[in-house]
Write a protein that binds this ligand. Structure first.
Ligand code: AMP
Ligand code: ZN
Length: 270
């Protein structure tokens, strides 16, 4: 789940409270390229009797948007913190370039209008301001017409190799899991063909249960997990209430072996 530490709308505490309301007893906060939301999330989770897995979601492979989840991530890893600091700086510069392009397209936005500019600034933050200013009807439209990949105000990220993200997480004691394989901007066959290489780098699991996956995708990625002996994980990818991502707890009904799969993951975190 995402919080205001990256491109979510709710603070870490508000995310935990929403999980409590939804009756979800175990959650993972996995902000994009930062662990800065974890201390607040952990404190609130403890207060409300919810188990929190410390996580992160590293954006790799640039335009293909291959995301690598790291469960049980350490918040004190010098190497990870150095990577996140670099990525944060790179994102700030990219966000400013996106605003320049929008300005040239007659959609001016001041830097001060972007909330939490000091945090991890992802495109959803910019898209929400575009909606508030009437430049687009919805976040999805902002992506489809202006800031999505290849659109007029698009600025690519500096690519990080998937193998490097996986290996670093593993080396620093986290369990690396391939996020939402069905939402990667690659054909499923290409993702399947890349799996052995990523597993060789240390990949341990695959996120089968994700809101962007249709039921036939559950079967495909379950098969891949079985074929390669990977852990099966799932989640809502929660960013805000009522957007194109999921809501907290949404995947649980579809995820039949949820209890066993989560126990297997937890066994690797201890
Ligand atoms: P960034 O990390 O800045 O490259 O932005 C990527 C994030 O934008 C993804 O993780 C999604 O959460 C979100 N996103 C990508 N495409 C769309 C879309 N068409 N509509 C809404 N959100 C999107
Ligand atoms: Zn993602």
């Amino acid at each position: 789940m995402h919080t205001t530490a990256s491109d979510g709308v709710l603070s870490p505490s508000q995310v935990v409270l929403r999980a409590k309301e939804k009756g979800v007893g175990l959650i993972a906060i996995t902000d994009h390229d930062t662990v800065s939301g974890l201390p607040e999330g952990r404190a609130t989770a403890q207060a409300y009797g919810i188990r929190l897995i410390a996580g992160v979601e590293i954006s790799a492979d640039g335009e293909n948007e291959v995301h690598v989840l790291g469960y049980g991530v350490s918040e004190n890893s010098v190497k990870l913190l150095a990577l996140f600091a670099r990525m944060k700086e790179e994102r700030l510069q990219r966000a400013q370039r996106i605003l320049e392009k929008l300005r040239a397209l007659n959609m001016p936005i001041d830097w001060a209008e972007i909330p939490q500019q000091q945090g991890v600034v992802g495109r959803p933050r910019i898209a929400r301001v575009m909606v508030a200013k009437g430049y687009a009807q919805s976040v999805s439209e902002a992506f489809e017409r202006f800031i999505g990949n290849g659109k007029p105000a698009y600025v690519p990220r500096e690519p990080l190799a998937v193998r490097d993200a996986v290996a670093l997480l593993r080396q620093e004691g986290a369990v690396p899991v391939l996020a939402h394989p069905g939402a990667i901007k690659m054909r499923p066959e290409t993702v399947l063909a890349a799996l052995p290489d990523w597993i060789d780098a240390g990949l341990m699991g695959i996120e089968v249960y994700h809101p962007a996956h249709q039921p036939n995708a559950f079967a495909r990625w379950e098969w891949a997990a079985e074929r390669y002996g990977l852990l099966v994980t799932g989640g809502s990818d929660f960013h805000e209430v009522g957007d194109k991502h999921g809501d907290i707890g949404q995947m649980i009904p579809a995820w039949r072996a949820c209890q066993t799969d989560v126990q297997r993951l937890l066994a690797h975190l201890e």
